[in-house]
Design a protein around this ligand. Structure first.
Ligand code: NAI
Ligand code: MG
Length: 353
């Protein structure tokens, strides 16, 4: 089958890794012509903002609506405030298309040094499921309560938890756990300190768990979970957390696996009413952008998640295996202890297909 894919590389290394991912996908499609991708390229991002005063056109979502998936790079560039770029493009798409489940696997790769020295012997592998539509990033709040800036201003940023939004992410996490070898969901909370939203979160978790008696459960405070990631990661399989908590924990997980540049993610609308979006976890990395040294693996593994979503798990597995062959053979970018360029990693992955 043929799929319409929107490519939005946006800013900095986003353009380099999306280009890398597209080339790997083209090579995969050539060797295993079970699918075809029809690319639609969009030049939205900070450059577009500088010309047009907005991150994407007014009808941006309408242009994307007919796509089968969105392949995204990263947004943000010095000179424009990060909240403007993030809300103007990435969050606008996530929220506009109700991509309420964000899946962020934490995977370890042969030949990639991890700060967890014996990570490879321990066969670590877990997934962070992030509530992606509400919580701390619902955009609810305001400034200038009690005075203007510089005169005792107060700002309020509220977290919003709905029962429906919480229940759907919990069910998603339990359903995902059932597909894994280790059937376990760890619920991340902070209900000792936050007595409204986080207690609702815990209550819904406990209620949904009753429908999944075959799945093991635990409830862990977010601070303790940060420690657990480092000290007992073999206890983890599916970790479900709020928008903010999962954002932080998944970066910790990717650092444990060796680099932020390895981490992949899927922003899913599980009902498939709207296109889902696949993107590396990392940002635009202005410190290394334009040098041809960005690690393309986060973007390539995001393409594997996209293939899973499109119904091509065998092709996704081939991509993952080719990535591990490349790292195992020592073809690694600087962030993971090597000296290879983005191009050399792409060539090694393509050769491994
Ligand atoms: P970042 O992820 O861009 O960079 C953090 C560190 O990781 C840097 O040292 C960078 O060199 C390194 N890194 C990131 N991706 C890499 C890759 N593919 N290969 C090798 N090394 C890599 O995060 P930072 O510096 O906090 O933010 C930079 C910009 O990106 C900001 O404008 C921020 O708002 C934006 N951002 C966008 C995200 C998105 O579009 N989803 C996510 C995170 C940040
Ligand atoms: Mg993040």
């Amino acid at each position: 089958s043929t799929y319409k894919i929107a490519a939005i590389p946006a800013d900095g290394v986003g353009t380099e890794v999306v280009d890398a991912g597209k080339r790997v996908l083209a090579a995969l499609q050539e060797r295993h012509p079970t699918f075809a991708l029809e690319w639609h390229d969009f030049d939205w991002g900070t450059g577009y903002y500088e010309q047009h005063g907005r991150m994407m056109p007014e009808d941006g979502l309408e242009q994307l609506r007919g796509m089968d998936a969105i392949y995204f790079g990263a947004v943000g560039w010095p000179g424009v405030p990060d909240h403007v770029t993030l809300w103007g493009l990435r969050l606008a798409i996530c929220q506009g298309f109700d991509q309420w489940a964000n899946v962020r696997p934490v995977t370890f790769h042969p030949g990639v040094p991890s700060p967890i020295v014996d990570a490879h012997e321990r066969e670590l592998d877990w997934v962070v499921v992030r509530e992606n539509s509400e919580g701390e990033y619902s955009g609810f709040g305001g400034r200038n309560f009690g005075g203007r800036e510089g005169s005792g201003e107060v700002a309020v940023q509220s977290a919003v938890f709905t029962e429906a939004g919480t229940e759907r992410i919990m069910r998603f996490a339990f359903d995902l756990a059932r597909t894994r070898d280790r059937k376990k969901v760890s619920c991340v909370t902070k209900s000792n300190a936050q007595q409204y939203g986080m207690v609702l979160w815990d209550d819904v978790f406990a209620r949904v768990a009753q429908d999944y008696p075959d799945v093991e459960t635990e409830k862990v405070l977010v601070d303790a979970m940060a420690a657990k990631f480092v000290l007992r990661p073999e206890d983890l399989s599916v970790v479900v957390a709020t928008n903010l908590h999962a954002d932080i924990l998944s970066d910790l997980g990717s650092a444990m696996a060796g680099s932020l540049g390895l981490a992949s993610s899927a922003n899913l609308n599980p009902e498939r009413r709207t296109p889902s979006m696949f993107e590396p976890v990392h940002g635009s990395a202005p410190d290394i952008a334009g040098q041809g040294i960005a690690n393309p693996i986060g973007a390539v593994l995001s393409a594997a998640l996209m293939l899973d979503h499109l119904g091509h798990p065998e092709e996704a597995t081939r991509l993952r295996e080719a990535v591990d062959k490349a790292t195992g053979a020592g073809v690694r970018t600087r962030d993971v202890g090597g000296a290879a360029t983005t191009e050399e990693v792409v060539e090694a992955i393509v050769a491994g297909l």
